[in-house]
Design a protein around this ligand. Structure first.
Ligand SMILES: NC(=O)c1ccc[n+]([C@@H]2O[C@H](COP(=O)([O-])OP(=O)(O)OC[C@H]3O[C@@H](n4cnc5c(N)ncnc54)[C@H](O)[C@@H]3O)[C@@H](O)[C@H]2O)c1
Length: 254
């Protein structure tokens, strides 16, 4: 039980395959009270079903493109939790057209949308929730190798993840004065709704699993394990980092 007596948010979850759900579930099993987010009414309905009958779960609705909803979430957290010990940002979006073919064809609107939802949202949510983050709280987000390598079809999302990872470092400095840590996990490809937006996902997953140093498969559970370490006190000396959860695939050259 690494999170006994702690509480936090996981934003957002679509279904049982969401990486966010694996993190929320494991954090809860480690004793935490977890507020799970859904982007809209329909998704919130799905989240409610996931937590039905389970103790120490709450649900919230928040769309990261809506400043009012983000500020309302902060008010809800203040009223319902007082302070929170962790915040997991697990959300990204780009137009499907921008996740296939040539990066050079990315439209101005598509670029703005991907960067706004997938990178700026972390900054905006951290600012809104700063007053309700406990001293020594832990903030965690999710990135991908496409931030530092050109990965076919990942395109504008790679650029958004680069902005996200850089934002993590700046946020780690701003919030570090209160002992608050900010990190990102970088999982290898996992079959989820968001990942299926990237053309050729199935082939990507197979190739990574065949080539990675660890010859066993990774998935949501492995990511959740690393997340619980980072949001628990075990991770208290770690901030501003990108930690890969990909069976070691990222270290390979040819
Ligand atoms: N699945 C993978 O292969 C993989 C690999 C590395 C990183 N990631 C990252 O993990 C995170 C979670 O994705 P997932 O793979 O679990 O997929 P998912 O589809 O289950 O989760 C993505 C979530 O983003 C949310 N979202 C999208 N637009 C939003 C908005 N405007 N406001 C609020 N929420 C919004 C969706 O509601 C959804 O719950 C993402 O940041 C993704 O880029 C995924």
């Amino acid at each position: 039980m690494l999170l006994e007596g702690k509480s936090g948010l996981v934003l957002n979850v679509t279904n049982k395959n969401s990486i966010g759900w694996a993190i929320a579930d494991l954090a809860n099993r480690h004793g935490a009270t977890v507020g799970v987010g859904g982007q809209n009414e329909r998704m919130l309905e799905g989240v409610r079903k996931l937590v039905e009958g389970r103790e120490r779960f709450k649900t919230h609705q928040v769309d990261f493109q809506d400043d009012l909803e983000i500020d309302q979430l902060a008010e809800q957290v203040a009223a319902e939790y007082g302070k929170i010990d962790f915040l997991v940002h697990s959300a990204a979006f780009a137009n499907r057209d921008d996740l296939a073919g040539r990066f050079i064809d990315t439209s101005r609107e598509g670029f703005k949308l991907a960067l706004e939802v997938s990178a700026y949202s972390l900054v905006r949510v951290c600012r809104a929730l700063e007053p309700v983050l406990a001293d020594d709280a832990s903030v965690l987000t999710l990135s991908y190798l496409g931030s530092v390598r050109a990965v076919g079809n990942y395109n504008v999302m790679g650029v958004a993840k680069a902005a996200l990872e850089s934002s993590v470092r700046y946020l780690a400095v701003d919030l570090g004065v209160r002992g608050i840590r900010v990190n990102t996990l970088s999982p290898g490809p996992i079959n989820t709704v968001a990942a299926r937006g990237v053309k050729g996902l199935a082939e990507m997953i197979e190739t990574v699993h065949q080539r990675a140093p660890l010859k066993r498969r990774f998935g949501q559970e492995e990511v959740a394990g690393a997340a619980v370490y980072l949001i628990s006190d075990l991770g208290r000396g770690v901030t501003g980092q990108v930690i890969y959860v990909d069976s070691g695939y990222n270290i390979l050259g040819f």
